[in-house]
Design a protein around this ligand. Structure first.
Ligand SMILES: [Zn+2]
Length: 73
């Protein structure tokens, strides 16, 4: 199974590697300074947010929503 990047020709062989790679496209410039290894894409930011949201919902699947506060402001 391969996971191609939507934004460049990069191909990962694991989902989490692709997620780490897409994160690079969400950074305006690398922390260390210098030339970015990959280009920044606003669309990649949205895609990465979707990935995070998906991962969180996957992580919380076992949590029940019975503890939600009853306040309705
Ligand atoms: Zn890429």
């Amino acid at each position: 199974m391969i996971f191609p990047c939507d934004w460049c020709s990069h191909v990962s062989n694991r989902q989490d590697n692709l997620e780490a790679h897409i994160k690079l496209h969400t950074l305006m410039r690398p922390k260390s300074g210098g030339k970015p290894r990959v280009n920044f894409y606003p669309g990649a930011v949205l895609q990465y947010q979707e990935i995070i949201r998906h991962n969180e919902s996957r992580r919380r699947r076992k949590v029940k929503f019975g503890n939600r506060p009853a306040s309705c402001a």
